[in-house]
Design a protein around this ligand. Structure first.
Ligand code: CS2
Length: 484
């Protein structure tokens, strides 16, 4: 009978194991968000850092709401398998997690006050923050923010928890942790800082001042394509390791982590895991969010429109791949010219990564939460192009594809998987067959598109034309026309 992965003995010799004595290292990081991406990215870099540089930097991993992953990992003593899918599949076991907890915000708050915790990192997804990006302040309508403002001693959301933990540490004379956002948001450190300061200012202004002066919020750029785990992930992990693993993840070989080096309480030797430390992540971030994530979203919505399940299927179609290339080129034109980065070779690498036949990355997974993702991926870059008098048509096309997908869903009576899903469905329904009404109504939802984009009549008309062609002639027939 095969057993569950719970320790490091008896694993086949070709499986890479943690290169350090787990018991010899204490915790130093509290991580919020135990999803597949964290397990395939920061935790792997931390495993490498522990092996190369040592230190008490193991991870206390937590999910604010759900218990399942924390329980699965606890049952495995924090161990799990990462499958790296390239020409071959390589399996390695990660041992960086010391403890995992889920669904108990009070216990997580307590852990965040532990003096041993010197970094609080997060992969909670764009929608969990509750920050109004235009105002660079809290979004008081966000459910977790609203609840935590009413009862800040018992927070259940990200901003409330970080603020309460920092307040408790300050009161107890414990140095604050460094706060490290690892989500795909623009200037994620500065954004989270603004959110925490805004939240703290509502509770106690002197606390906000203290946070402003004492807490570091370095920005980061994270990159590793990590599809949600499936039955295939678990069965491949079992075949390779000989053990059942309910926390197994699969990912690509590529991994990138660019971090602003501002860690007053120290940090693991993440360089050993491939991280690069810079003074300003800005250029890396714009290239990644706009070229990778921006074309990912285009691929996702085109794939959804034509019924293609995986990213690799979409880029295997020459006409669709050409549209993706065209989008990357437009995204590259929005980047600062003297950044020292090479967008052309970046684009080539991206096309290869997207085409990886071993990675089954669902278009439906990337299609979720469009209203949270598209501002930084398409709408702000498009607005910048318009302001600079450049040709932003590829962005108009991408927006039309998203609207056509929303329209398809609404016709089926479905709402998109998005925090504003019901509102989107109702907005699209009300617009009916009137293409211009649909374009205007969706893009003028609060906080979505910059005013200079919605106010640009010529650009709005181009979106309408593309939308109209897609809705009335069908997306497939539209390929050559879209390219012209
Ligand atoms: C994707 C990202 O789901 C999405 O929206 O674009 O998760 C993407 O796979 C990662 O950012 C790659 O690093």
């Amino acid at each position: 009978m095969t057993s569950r992965l719970t320790n490091l003995s008896g694993l086949p010799p070709n499986i890479r194991l943690p290169g350090y004595d787990r018991a010899a290292h204490g915790v130093g990081i509290l991580h919020l968000g135990l999803g597949a991406f964290h397990r395939a990215h920061q935790a792997v870099a931390t495993d490498d850092a522990l092996a190369a540089g040592g230190g008490d930097w193991r991870i206390l991993g937590a999910n604010l709401r759900s218990r399942d992953m924390a329980e699965a990992m606890t049952a495995q003593n924090g161990l799990y398998t990462v499958l790296i899918r390239d020409k071959q599949v390589e399996a390695r076991i990660i041992g960086a997690h010391a403890t995992t907890m889920g669904g108990d915000p009070a216990a997580i708050l307590k852990a965040a006050c532990d003096p041993r915790i010197r970094i609080l990192s997060l992969t909670v997804s764009e929608k969990a923050y509750g920050i109004d990006r235009d105002a660079m302040d809290i979004d008081e309508m966000h459910p977790a923010v609203a609840a935590d403002l009413l009862w800040p001693q018992a927070p259940s959301g990200v901003l409330g928890l970080i603020t309460a933990a920092l307040a408790a540490r300050r009161a107890a004379g414990i140095a604050p942790f460094t706060v490290l956002s690892c989500d795909n948001l623009p200037d994620n450190g500065a954004l989270l800082r603004a959110g925490v300061l805004g939240f703290a200012a509502r509770i106690r202004p002197s606390l906000a001042n203290w946070i402003e002066e004492n807490v570091a919020f370095p920005s980061t750029v994270v990159d590793r394509i990590t599809p949600a785990s499936t039955e295939r992930t678990y069965s491949d992990a079992l075949e390779l390791t000989g053990h059942h693993d309910a926390a197994a993840v699969e990912t690509e070989a590529f991994s990138q982590w660019v971090i602003e080096d501002h860690f007053p309480q120290g940090r693991p030797l993440w360089e050993a895991g491939g991280a690069t430390f810079v003074r300003d992540v800005g250029p890396h971030e714009a290239m990644k969010l706009r070229m990778l994530n921006g074309s990912h979203s285009l691929i996702a919505y085109m794939g959804q429109l034509v019924g293609m399940r995986y990213v690799r299927d979409v880029v295997a179609q020459p006409a669709l791949a050409a549209l993706v290339r065209r989008h990357m080129k437009a995204a590259a034109a929005t980047l600062p010219p003297s950044s020292g980065l090479d967008p052309d070779s970046y684009a080539d690498t991206l096309m290869q990564r997207f085409a990886n036949p071993a990675i089954a990355h669902r278009t439906s997974q990337i299609a979720i939460d469009g209203t949270e993702k598209l501002p930084q991926r398409w709408l702000v870059p498009a607005a910048e192009m318009l302001a600079a008098g450049q040709d932003a048509r590829p962005f108009a096309f991408a927006i039309a594809v998203w609207l056509a997908w929303l329209s398809d869903l609404s016709k089926r009576g479905e709402a998109p998987d998005d925090p504003r899903g019901d509102r989107l469905r109702d907005t699209v329904n009300r617009a009916g067959d009137d293409d211009m009404r649909l374009v205007e109504a969706v893009l003028s939802l609060p906080g979505l598109a910059p005013a200079c984009l919605t106010g640009n009549n010529a650009f709005m008309q181009i979106i309408r034309q593309s939308l109209s062609r897609i809705r009335h002639c069908g997306f497939r027939m539209n390929f050559p026309e879209a390219l012209s």
